[in-house]
Design a protein around this ligand. Sequence first.
Ligand SMILES: C[S@@+](CC[C@H](N)C(=O)[O-])C[C@H]1O[C@@H](n2cnc3c(N)ncnc32)[C@H](O)[C@@H]1O
Length: 243
Amino acid sequence: MRIDVLTLFPNMFNSPFAESIVKRGIDDGKISLEYHNIRDFSQNKHNKVDDYPFGGGEGMLMQAEPVDLSIKKVKNEKSKIIYLTPSGSLLNQNIVKSLSEEEHLILLCGHYEGIDQRVLDKHEVMEISIGDYVLTGGEIPAMVLIDSISRMIPGVLPKEDSFKNESHYSGLLEHPQYTRPRVYEKREVPKVLLSGNHKEINKWCLYKSIEKTYTIRPDMLNNKILSKEEKEMLDDIKAKDTL
Ligand SMILES: C[S@@+](CC[C@H](N)C(=O)[O-])C[C@H]1O[C@@H](n2cnc3c(N)ncnc32)[C@H](O)[C@@H]1O
């Protein structure tokens, strides 16, 4: 997959992808990442890219032209353009999965009060938010998107498909996990995990997964179709909750 990031602060991306899994994906040729400074496309002699919003209001707005020219530089017929914005659709694992199947992503990072709407309309830009809060710029949201998408590209994670057991992939939160030592400050690892009985271990993991989802994110269970076994577990968890 090729990803082009359009930003006023390309240096912000230097360190996050210089390590770990995304770096390996880049080194192995699974991901190609390029950064483009929108300021380089300013036609203004002072390299200005922002101006006051029409109709008044606080702050400055990124102008259409430099953004438009930067998009034109990297866009092709397969490109999907995404503007990171707090007023976009809320990012979730389904969106991440579907974006990981694209060939070319262009990530547009806003700054100031955002970007002139006309350039977003012109390029039929998809708008994505990483959460219901406002950050200073779109760079950190773009990094979140790059990281979450990269690990779903085949061959990027060391163990193929390991993301399928993680939180959100199947509509549940992941169960608690433990590693050595068996006892830490008098706290023991649940006995079933040491039993070697994989059927019982899987059952425990599923139960704990449903329990955690019910406790922390009950809204997720409204959208999930439960198997008979999962429904029985949920009923049991709810019954304990009312005791
Ligand atoms: C200060 S914000 C602008 C907020 C905008 N005036 C609004 O109220 O929707 C500046 C830039 O940060 C980015 N940004 C801020 N919060 C974000 C979020 N939750 N998700 C994605 N991008 C965000 C966007 O690129 C945005 O253009």
